[in-house]
Design a protein around this ligand. Structure first.
Ligand SMILES: Nc1nc2c(ncn2[C@@H]2O[C@H](COP(=O)(O)OP(=O)(O)OP(=O)(O)O)[C@@H](O)[C@H]2O)c(=O)[nH]1
Ligand SMILES: [Mg+2]
Length: 230
């Protein structure tokens, strides 16, 4: 039997981790939720964030990610980062809720809603650069219908395949009118990431775009690069 001060206990519960002998108090943690259509890079982006926090993570501690013509992630999955925010942060990977092959979409949406709560999360709405489709255009409103609140107020648009853009990418992103409309709907918050890059700075720059970042993470170290790599 585990004592109250026992070692780290990892309890699996509906596929998410509860760390320690008791669940972390909800108001003491923060959730990063990856949403988007299949193949846009949700799981890879989650892995880039997790690996920036701990480069020693093993493949089985990361989300499954691969090139595929069918959805790879089929249910919500959660990984918890203990460092470096000064409070536990959960990274939530999700399936493409609107994919025709999703059998238990409503169940997965209900699961995701447990994490996606106003004021306690940031949504990373993931699109692949250069491939902003009609489905992508409709996604934000469809998600808000399902979740029942204006997730746009807590959303950063995350554009993957950033290595395809060289130099100042602002003008080419603005030139994609439909994409820019969605970015503007989310308070003009967006971030370009390359999941093929190990650069920690791209993750720190992303996190600093979280609305109200300084109040949410008052203990985030002023020199976070060292903090992330320790
Ligand atoms: N070059 C490049 N490839 C990427 C990038 N992000 C993701 N990929 C690749 O795109 C493919 C799909 O990425 P995933 O992260 O599995 O996509 P997903 O959104 O989780 O897909 P589902 O789980 O099916 O919903 C994989 O082969 C990734 O390696 C990126 O920034 N650059
Ligand atoms: Mg996935």
């Amino acid at each position: 039997m585990l004592s109250m001060t026992g070692l780290l206990a990892v309890v699996r519960s509906t596929s998410y981790l509860i760390l320690g002998s008791a669940a972390v108090e909800p108001n003491k943690r923060f959730d990063i939720i990856l949403l988007g259509l299949t193949g846009t890079g949700k799981s890879s982006s989650g892995n880039t964030i997790l690996t920036a926090g701990n480069p020693r993570l093993q493949p089985e501690q990361l989300f499954r990610s691969q090139s595929s013509s069918v959805p790879v992630t089929c249910r919500c999955e959660v990984k918890t980062m203990q460092k470096p925010f000064g409070k536990p942060v959960r990274v939530i990977d999700t399936p493409d809720f609107f994919h025709s092959q999703m059998k238990d979409s409503e169940l997965q949406i209900e699961e995701c809603k447990k994490f996606c709560r106003p004021g306690q999360c940031v949504v990373l709405l993931v699109f692949q650069l250069g491939r902003f489709t009609r489905e992508d255009q409709e996604l934000l409103e469809k998600l808000e219908d399902k979740f029942g609140w204006r997730i746009r107020e807590s959303t950063i648009i995350l554009l993957t395949h950033g290595e395809d853009l060289k130099g100042d990418w602002g003008p080419s992103i603005k030139a994609d009118t439909e994409l820019w409309n969605t970015i503007e709907a989310c308070g003009s918050r967006y971030h370009v990431i390359s999941n093929k890059s190990k650069k920690v700075k791209q993750v720190i720059d992303l996190l600093k775009k979280i609305p109200d970042f300084k109040n949410i993470f008052p203990d985030f170290r002023s020199s976070p690069i060292n903090c992330f790599q320790s």
